[in-house]
Design a protein around this ligand. Structure first.
Ligand code: ZN
Length: 133
């Protein structure tokens, strides 16, 4: 068994991010963004970390703690912006159009062949040797 790579976290750079699409979500302001990694890398460079990108996403939120237009509230609402694919092992649950085709293991066995499979006859070469023990 091979050791799977550790899941990405906010210290992971775009260069090392394993997925094609970087997803940002906020449950508080309901904003969401799916950005292709190549677009982010072209804009910010491949070494920017996911943590900084999430921070930028939060900066665009009304509930951002850095929003100067809003009065600071010690216990007020905060933006919940995050990347749902961080700290999670395994591929993200992308919609089918983005995830591509999935091979269903053993699915072909349920289908009946259109023609009977040819029976393979082996000719024994070299005489009648006793087999087995
Ligand atoms: Zn937000």
């Amino acid at each position: 068994m091979s050791n799977p790579a550790p899941p990405p976290d906010d210290q992971t750079s775009l260069r090392a991010y394993p997925y094609v699409v970087v997803r940002f979500r906020c449950m508080v302001c309901r904003r969401q963004a799916d950005v292709r990694l190549a677009v982010l890398a072209a804009k910010f460079g491949p070494n920017i970390t996911l943590g900084r990108l999430v921070g930028m996403f939060i900066d665009g939120c009304w509930w951002s703690p850095r929003n100067l237009a809003r009065k600071p509230q010690k216990y007020g609402m905060k933006c919940g912006g995050h990347c749902p694919d961080l700290y999670k092992a395994g591929p993200p649950d992308l919609p089918p159009s983005m995830a591509g085709l999935t091979l269903i293991e053993g699915g072909g066995d349920d289908m009946l062949p259109a023609e009977p499979a040819p029976i393979e006859r082996r000719r024994r070469v070299g005489g009648d040797w006793e087999e087995g023990g």
